[in-house]
Design a protein around this ligand. Structure first.
Ligand SMILES: Cc1cc2nc3c(=O)[nH]c(=O)nc-3n(C[C@H](O)[C@H](O)[C@H](O)COP(=O)(O)O)c2cc1C
Length: 334
């Protein structure tokens, strides 16, 4: 029988298919369905830095103004529509998920500034989380802030969170670093036990009728997995810790390619939102069929076998690939 077992952050998972943070993993009714459909682990929705700071601000404001005498206090604060504010909800989620399923449960912290809020990493771990995922999602718009400064801040944050927790730490990043291989190594040296590649950026759109700038949320497509595939293929050679692929995993083929490039696990959100937790069964079925047809014993055998270090011509992962791709275009007759 095909063995899908994989190691991620030092945890043994029976499958490399991991449910990544989003509304599905945030819904307790989905946890057992995810487990029954073969999820190897669940990553809960993030506790955002803003949620912690927001609560701290609310408490301070209430104390300084007299909580009951000023009904303005809450309306004065930024709103987080549909999101319960504060860390308690997340601590409850971890405890409840741990009681509900036997697969590992990973809690997520989402923020970019070193500071007191990172102590919630410890609390999430104490609530039972098997690992912490730190999501460094940021849009640096200040022209006075350099890339070096931002990366130094991220490293400080990784060090701070790592110092707080006794469970493994994954760091989820975006792809837009000038020297990603160096950055990835630096994050590993700062304490990351694994990297999650990549965050999807949610670009705003302009409404042509109202001229309002609106945040837009579109679910991903399989094409988006190629950015992760590229960088996992490159980083597999240099990163000693775990690599998780996130973005654009919808099919067994998407998952297989990312594992071949070097991922230890692949993470799924959009496909779960579109089709429900049972879609994992379909992804798994496609993977197992492909592996059986080619006599693979298990995931460990194929992992990284098509990474940059293991292909006959590593330049397919480098700039030379760009040149070849551009010159491979064949115009269609008009
Ligand atoms: C509605 C929604 C909510 C999400 N919430 C979180 C979150 O709380 N924390 C986080 O790290 N990522 C969050 N994500 C990002 C996903 O975990 C994932 O990285 C991203 O959607 C790319 O994977 P996909 O292509 O499978 O959707 C969210 C995504 C969606 C669509």
């Amino acid at each position: 029988m095909t063995d899908l077992t994989t190691m991620y952050l030092g945890l043994t998972l029976h499958s490399p298919l991991v449910a990544s943070p989003g509304p599905v993993t945030g819904d307790p009714a989905m946890w057992r369905r995810l487990e029954a459909a073969g999820a190897g682990a669940i990553v809960l929705p993030s506790l955002f830095e803003e949620q912690v700071e927001h609560e701290a601000f609310a408490v301070e404001y209430a104390i300084s103004t007299g909580a009951d005498s000023n009904g303005e206090a809450l309306s004065y604060l930024p709103s987080f529509d549909g999101v319960r504010v504060g860390p308690d909800h997340h601590l409850d989620l971890v405890e409840d998920a741990k009681a509900d399923v036997s697969i590992p449960v990973i809690a997520s912290l989402n923020g970019v500034s070193p500071g007191g809020w990172v102590r919630y990493g410890k609390q999430l771990a104490e609530a039972g989380a098997d690992a912490i995922e730190l999501n460094l999602y940021d849009t640096v718009t200040d022209p006075m802030t350099s890339a070096a400064e931002v990366e130094r801040r991220y490293m400080e944050l990784i060090e701070e969170v790592k110092a707080e927790i006794s469970v493994p730490l994954a760091v989820k990043i975006g792809p837009w670093f000038t020297a990603l291989a160096h950055t990835a190594k630096s994050f590993e040296l700062a304490g990351a036990d694994g990297l999650v590649l990549f965050n999807r950026l949610y670009q705003p759109d302009i409404d042509l009728d109202t001229l309002e700038v609106r945040p837009t949320l579109r679910l991903s497509s399989s094409d988006e997995s190629r950015l992760s595939l590229h960088w996992i293929g490159v980083l597999r050679e240099f990163v000693r810790g775990s690599l998780a692929a996130s973005s654009g995993v919808h099919t067994g083929a998407d998952a297989l390619k990312l594992l071949l490039a070097g991922a230890d696990v692949v993470m799924v959100t959009s496909a779960l939102l579109r089709h429900g937790p049972e879609h994992l069964l379909e992804i798994r079925r496609e993977m197992v069929t492909w592996m059986d047809e080619r006599d693979y014993d298990g995931v460990r055998q194929l992992r990284g076998s098509v990474s940059r270090a293991n292909v006959p011509d590593p330049t397919v992962y480098d700039r030379a690939n760009y040149f070849q791709v551009l010159h491979s275009w064949v115009p269609s007759p008009r």
